[in-house]
Design a protein around this ligand. Structure first.
Ligand SMILES: Cc1ncc(COP(=O)(O)O)c(C=O)c1O
Length: 426
């Protein structure tokens, strides 16, 4: 057995490679390299905060999932939940592949998807607290409309009579990386039609002349590994509901199982076995025996590990016994840690494989206590002027940018070592 106690804690016990290293994210001579570019050189060329994207990784992520479903030989559609990241090179890359759809969470996202060239039938709209104005803005479009409430069904019947609709169900079983990322389960949430309200929702669809096209669920985000068992419990619930509905309403065109697939965030984390995921879903849908199309709509899984956030250390000081490392950005450009408590891995761009000597808290430049990227983190020596890399920054970062404290948005640049035409950096 190897003695690994002299290696950086991000190194897995049975290997000398950091857990996060992969094609497009590696170490050369102790320096971090992103999509073939020296991270420090990128920071000085583009300025910081910088989100450096690897478009090749996006393609790999998409095809890993797509191929897992293709192998099942059953009708399917992968939609990308564009709320996770709407950076143009990401959206254009997926559009150009000609296989992906878009899941939109607002009429503006729907219209952006149309402008990007996605056909109407490959766009879904799934959202909560939907207004009459929202429905008016979607009227006449042949997109898949997943209705989230009885209220929304009435609005659609008023504004777009006779429309085909999907119904978002809350199966009351959920799974997520944390409570705030669990959308269904013991705690009541605002999402979907609950089982006790289902008879009324179905009555409204029938009485008001709407046509039921499909069912939808999205039960939580960020789950990995063995949590798939709990995800399948929710799938089973939806299958049972679908079976009952088909018995009275006739066949459905699609069942949409939402997104939620997570990725490893730290050493030792598991990933999602996408073959198990696709097979588990399709096998269950096949039991219904009708060739119903399987839909999924991941966001994070597609984009989270496509971007690395580079920021400059502007303050390194012990305060109250804590070694604070302050960087030149904050939760205004990435709120994964501050809002959702997510673990965000940091790498020193010039000491990428060095043994950590210090325990630090990496904090942002927003005037809020919660503006912490990483607490009590073991890092190599850090000084003002150094550039730090936060990996897995591609999901729900820049798309949630705010103007809090009027701090700047980040610069974004996209790279590809395979000649992707939508790369913006060279
Ligand atoms: C309805 C719906 N679908 C898909 C997603 C995408 O989730 P994730 O990025 O975790 O895959 C979300 C995220 O909130 C959602 O609300």
């Amino acid at each position: 057995m190897k003695n690994v106690s002299n290696f950086h804690p991000s190194v897995l016990a049975d290997s000398l490679v950091p857990w996060w290293e992969r094609p497009g994210l590696s170490i050369q001579d102790d320096r971090l390299v992103i999509a073939g570019h020296d991270a420090l050189a990128l920071a000085s060329k583009y300025g910081t905060p910088l989100f450096a994207y690897d478009l090749d990784r996006l393609e790999d992520n998409f095809f890993r999932l797509y191929n897992a479903f293709a192998r099942q030989e059953h009708p399917f559609q992968v939609f990308y939940a564009v709320k996770a990241n709407r950076y143009a090179p990401i959206v254009k890359t997926l559009q150009a592949l000609g296989l992906a759809g878009i899941d939109a969470a607002s009429p503006r996202e729907v219209h952006a998807a149309l402008e990007a060239g996605f056909p109407e039938e490959r766009i879904t709209f799934t959202n909560v607290s939907v207004s009459r104005r929202d429905v008016e803005q979607l009227k006449g479009l042949n997109i898949l409309l997943n209705c989230d409430s009885i209220s929304m069904l009435h609005k659609v019947a008023d504004i777009d009579p006779g429309r085909r609709v999907g119904l978002r169900i809350n199966p009351q079983v959920g799974v997520g990386i944390s409570e705030n990322l669990t959308y269904a389960g013991a705690r009541a949430t605002k999402f979907g039609v609950y089982l006790d309200a289902l008879p009324e929702a179905l009555r409204v669809i029938q009485d008001r002349g709407l046509r039921l096209q499909g069912l939808h669920m999205h039960v939580g985000c960020g789950w990995t590994g063995s949590a798939i068992t709990q995800f399948f419990q929710a799938v089973d619930r939806l299958i049972n509901i679908a079976s009952d509905i088909i018995a009275t309403f006739g066949p459905l065109e699609y069942l949409n199982f939402g997104g939620g697939l997570g990725i490893p965030l730290k050493a030792g984390d598991s990933s999602v076995d996408v073959n198990l995921y696709a097979q588990g879903i399709v096998d269950r849908v096949r039991q219904l025996g009708l060739g119903i199309k399987v839909c999924v709509e991941p966001g994070d899984y597609m984009v989270k590990d496509t971007a690395t956030m580079l920021s400059e250390v502007v303050m390194a000081e012990n305060k109250g016994g804590v070694n604070f490392v302050g960087v030149n950005t904050g939760f205004n450009v990435h709120c994964g840690a501050s809002h959702y408590g997510l673990f965000q891995e940091f790498i020193h761009t010039e000491r990428a494989s060095q043994w950590p000597t210090d325990t630090v808290s990496i904090v942002g430049n927003i005037n809020e206590v919660i503006d912490v990227f990483a607490a009590d983190r073991a890092m190599p020596p850090i000084a003002e002027g150094d550039i730090l890399a936060m990996i897995n920054a591609g999901g729900y970062g820049t798309s949630m940018t705010s103007e809090h404290c009027l701090r700047e948005a980040a610069v974004e640049a996209a790279f590809s070592q395979r000649g992707n035409p939508f790369a913006t950096g060279e």
